[in-house]
Design a binder for this molecule. Sequence first.
Ligand code: PDD
Length: 295
Amino acid sequence: MSRPTLVLIDGVAFAPEEARISVLDRGFLYGDGVFETLRVYRGVPFALDEHLDRWLSSAARLEIALPLPREALRRELIEAVRRSGLEEAFLRAMLTRGEGPLGLDVSTLETPARRVVFVGPVQPPPPEAYARGVGVVLYRGVRPTDGNVAEGAKVTNYVVAVLATTQARRAGAHEALLVDARDRILEGASSSFFLVRDGVLITAPESAGVLAGITRAHVLSAARAAGLPCEERAPGPEDLAAADEAFLTSTIREVLPVVRVGDQVVGAGVPGAVTRRLASAHAVQVSRYIDEFSD
Ligand code: PDD
């Protein structure tokens, strides 16, 4: 991603340097909010309704009341893209619980939930990353939403993911994979993770507390449509050791081959055939969606 060129706060457009919210906003005070990142292709926000569904279900899990009906939020996102004038972009949609006096009690809130929408030019990894694959590291950690009612919600508190990513970058790696206390690989700090072992695609199930990645869902459905066996279970160290291929998925990175996990080389150490096939299948799904989109 990159810097935004347009920010909408509660529907009002600002240049990013002019955009301000209160220090009493609960998103700032407590990480009390939810967000989504969408990718815009040819001026169309990809998988818009799936992102709206996940955004609203994240809000529901945190008991954040919507400030506008879903259809109005949807129109606002489309309008933000239009106003940005960008064809290839990222869009980040945030909803914070709103503003009120200090303290956790939500009954003292003085405003409805606050919307902040960012749009800016998209900066996916460079072509070499896709051609050669990237390295990742393992990171043991528990996120604020793990094992509680907010599990699976995309909440704005990404502090564990930030620390994991910091460790990855220090090691010269692209991403950190979150590993639980039982050594199972859950997902990337900001991506879903897949292994291919003996012709079977393996990825952690949503029940393990991973984000219901939208790219993940598209890749799984493309894999099933192509007759590739899929197992939704969190891979362990023995899967990693025996893996032929690995890749991660996210809205911005799409399907990105992984060729190293820590010191361990995955398979032949180059992007694999299944990964390439699924990356092409995803690209086809994207173009079909963009061609057929109507608001
Ligand atoms: N994050 N898992 C986590 C923890 C994530 O933060 C993300 C995406 C994903 C991939 O989900 P999707 O395919 O729906 O983008 C998985 C967004 C891109 C972000 O950090 O802004």
